[in-house]
Design a protein around this ligand. Structure first.
Ligand SMILES: Nc1nc2c(c(=O)[nH]1)N[C@H]1C(S)=C(S)[C@@H](COP(=O)(O)O)O[C@H]1N2
Ligand SMILES: [Mo]
Length: 204
C-alpha cells in the first residue's frame, strides 16, 4: 500500500487555500510531530502574580488576573502552523480567548498601529495591529483538546497562524499597543520583521 500513502501525501501537498495559494507555503515540509522551539528555559508554571497586561495606546488598559482571563468567552478553531525553520503542521485545533474579546474591551486608539506581545520570560515579538486583529488569532489555552504543555507555551500563548510561528509568543503576559513599530526578540536578531510564510519573509 506504499503507493497509496504516497498518493495521499502528494494530495496533501497539492491542496489550495480559499485564496488560491498553496496550503503548504514555499520551502516548508510537513510534520505530524510538534517540534519545540524555545530560546529560554521552559517555565514550569504560571507566575503566581500573572496578569494579562494590555497597555500602551488603548482607551482601556487591562490587567486581567488568571481567574478573570479564564472567565472570558472561549473560541475554538483549527489552523495550520508554519515555523521559519521550515516545518509546518496542519490541522491544529486551538481553544482559547479570541483576540477580539481583548480588543473589544481594551479599545485600541486610532494611533495604535503595531503591537508587541510580551512573554513573562522576557521574549517579545512585534506585529501590525491589522495582523493581530483577525478572525484566526487567539490567546490559546488548549491544543488538540489538551491543556497547552509548558514547553509549548502552556498555560497561555499567543496564536497568529498566518505568520511564521515566532510571532506566536509562548508564556504570554502582555500586549502593548504602539504608534510605531519596534522589532521584537527574533526580529532584532535576523528574523524578518513581518514573517509572511507565503512570500517567504524569513530573514532580513
Ligand atoms: N516565549 C517564546 N515564545 C516563542 C519562542 C521562544 O523562543 N520564546 N519561539 C517562537 C518560535 S521561533 C516558534 S517556531 C514557536 C515554537 O512553538 P512550539 O515550541 O510550541 O512549537 O514559538 C515561538 N514563540
Ligand atoms: Mo520558529
Amino acid at each position: 500500500m506504499q503507493w497509496f500513502g504516497k498518493k495521499s501525501a502528494q494530495r496533501a501537498l497539492d491542496e489550495k487555500r480559499p485564496d488560491g495559494k498553496d496550503r503548504l507555503p514555499p520551502g516548508q515540509y510537513l510534520t505530524k510531530k510538534w517540534p519545540v522551539l524555545s530560546y529560554e528555559r521552559t517555565p514550569q508554571q504560571l507566575p503566581t502574580d500573572w496578569q494579562l497586561k494590555v497597555t500602551g495606546k488603548v482607551e482601556h488598559p487591562l490587567e486581567l488576573t488568571w481567574e478573570e482571563f479564564l472567565a472570558l468567552p472561549r473560541a475554538t478553531f483549527t489552523a495550520d502552523i508554519h515555523c521559519v525553520t521550515t516545518w509546518s503542521r496542519y490541522d491544529n485545533t486551538w481553544e482559547g480567548v479570541h483576540i477580539r474579546e481583548i480588543l473589544r474591551r481594551a479599545k485600541p486608539l486610532p494611533s495604535a498601529t503595531f503591537v508587541t506581545a510580551h512573554s513573562w520570560t522576557g521574549y517579545t515579538t512585534n506585529l501590525p495591529l491589522a495582523d493581530l486583529d483577525d478572525d484566526d488569532v487567539m490567546i490559546a489555552l488548549k491544543h488538540d483538546g489538551q491543556d497547552l504543555e509548558p514547553q509549548h507555551g502552556g498555560p497561555v500563548r499567543l496564536l497568529v497562524p498566518k505568520l511564521y510561528f515566532y510571532k506566536s509568543a509562548k508564556w504570554l503576559d502582555g500586549l502593548e499597543f504602539m504608534e510605531r513599530d519596534r522589532p521584537g526578540f527574533w526580529e532584532q536578531r535576523g528574523y524578518h520583521n513581518h514573517a509572511d510564510p507565503w512570500t517567504e519573509e524569513r530573514y532580513w
